[in-house]
Design a protein around this ligand. Structure first.
Ligand SMILES: *Cc1c(COP(=O)(O)O)cnc(C)c1O
Length: 228
């Protein structure tokens, strides 16, 4: 990595960290997950030297390769935040420290089975809400979440962390900062879900997400720049 590239990466990272300190309730700043899909291990290694330990990947193959490339950085926590495929579940459970994108009973069962087989018990999962009910997005429709939460709570192999949501595209930070009704509803539902955490907020809506009481921001572009 060029010196100048490192410098601008440092600056973007510090800017987000400062924003978090500034906007969050003291001592309750949400956890910052750096979403690294499409970015080189070198960039992650640089963030690691700045103290970042938590990264998230979307694609299984890219995740394996990046994890291998960063074996010299001990203590990284990896979240998996991509679409799940049943034939990859076991390896994801083996390699990732948590899965944030669990949208159905079927996947809950498959992860529970894999967690038993890999002896990673209890395995941390977040339930993914599909806020718009769009067919092109995965996740559980809002109306069916209470049922999914209830089912997840019966599986001793799992540690139920809370809810995650990819918001509708038009949910962007703007001048007026009223928390949308959807985010209020997600916060309310998250409070009934395991450890009651809410994973909400990406590069475009992080102010709104913090105002809504998010516990986990998943930031890619605002720190790492545009994806290749
Ligand atoms: C890519 C991705 C992000 C990060 O999006 P940015 O807009 O680049 O911050 C967050 N969450 C999920 C699930 C993603 O797939």
């Amino acid at each position: 990595m060029q010196q100048q590239e490192k410098q601008s990466l440092s600056q973007r990272y510090q800017k987000i960290r400062e924003l978090l300190d500034q906007l969050a309730v003291p001592n309750q700043a949400p956890q910052l997950l750096v979403v690294s899909k499409g970015h080189s291990p070198d960039k992650l290694r640089h963030l690691y030297t700045l103290g970042q330990r938590h990264f998230a990947e979307n694609y299984a193959q890219e995740f394996w390769e990046k994890k291998q490339a960063l074996l010299d950085c001990p203590g990284i926590i990896w979240s998996f935040i991509g679409h799940l495929q049943s034939n990859k579940i076991k390896k994801i459970v083996e390699q990732a420290d948590e899965i944030q994108t669990v949208g159905s009973q079927r996947y809950l069962e498959l992860i529970a089975k894999a967690a038993r087989e890999c002896q990673r018990l209890p395995y941390p999962v977040w339930l993914e809400c599909n806020a718009e009910g769009e067919s092109n997005k995965h996740g559980c429709p809002l109306s069916e979440l209470p049922q999914l939460i209830a089912h997840a709570s019966t599986l001793p192999e799992l540690r139920l962390m809370g809810l995650m949501c990819i918001p509708p595209q038009d949910y962007q930070d703007s001048e007026e900062q009223a928390v949308p009704a959807l985010y209020q509803e997600l916060r309310r539902l998250a409070d009934t879900c395991g450890e009651a955490r809410l994973s909400l907020g990406m590069s475009g809506d992080l102010r709104l997400a913090i105002a809504a009481g998010s516990n986990c921001l998943r930031i890619g572009t605002a720190i790492l720049g545009a994806r290749s």
